[in-house]
Design a binder for this molecule. Structure first.
Ligand code: 5GP
Length: 198
């Protein structure tokens, strides 16, 4: 049976990273899709695990060679999803888990219609601002720009399949797991199971 992508977006500071790790830990057939990016690594980030950190010319080469399933310029840097990993995992019955921005998710939705598209929202913009400041990874100017971007991204939330409140990590993980469990049993995914019964 083929798998399908699970795509999770949220404004930055939306608590996506912790949630993604928890889902990966609980779902043996989920596989994190490591993106390529031209931004520099933050402290603690490792090449090949968190991102493939590449130069701008290298990224542009990947775009030209159609090696990316989607790509976008986010906050002044390029980010993209390697197509090979995604397609191989889907073909093998795995569930690639993607953490991409709104532009990327909407590109994927056109190409990977069988995927599950989830948008995580913070309880309030004030809470989002607090989370960004507490991360201590971005300058006040970057935080300000991320908040402006967040307001814009929230407008695209209804193009996703699900909008999940992330007020509390455990509760949000539970909500996403419930969604993924129900998605498994959607009628349009039952083809091979039904054929086996004939
Ligand atoms: P950060 O630099 O904080 O790791 O990520 C910034 C934004 O880029 C986040 O919204 C994240 O979801 C998005 N992003 C990460 N990887 C990709 C990708 O491969 N494609 C797209 N379109 N966005 C990505």
């Amino acid at each position: 049976m083929r798998g399908y992508p699970i795509v999770i977006s949220s404004p930055s500071g939306g608590g996506k990273t912790s949630l993604v790790h928890r889902i990966l830990g609980d779902m043996p057939k989920a596989a994190y899709s490591v993106s390529a990016t031209t931004r520099s690594p933050r402290s603690g980030e490792r090449n090949g695990r968190d991102y493939f950190f590449v130069s701008k010319p290298a990224f542009e080469r990947m775009v030209r060679k159609r090696e990316l399933a989607e790509w976008a310029n986010v906050h002044g840097h390029y980010y993209g999803t390697p197509r090979k990993f995604l397609d191989a995992k889907i073909a093998l019955g795995y569930f690639p888990l993607l953490d991409v921005d709104v532009q990327g998710a909407l590109q994927l939705k056109k190409k990977y219609g069988s995927g599950v598209y989830i948008f995580l929202i913070p309880p309030t913009l004030r809470e989002l601002s607090r989370r960004l400041r507490e991360r201590h990874t971005d300058s006040p100017d970057v935080i300000r720009r991320r908040l402006i971007a967040a307001k814009r991204e929230l407008q695209a939330a209804q193009k996703y399949d699900y909008v999940v409140l992330n007020d509390d990590l455990d509760a949000a993980v539970e909500r996403v797991k419930n969604i993924l469990e129900s998605e498994r049993w959607r009628a349009h995914r039952a083809d091979s199971r039904l054929k086996a019964l004939k």
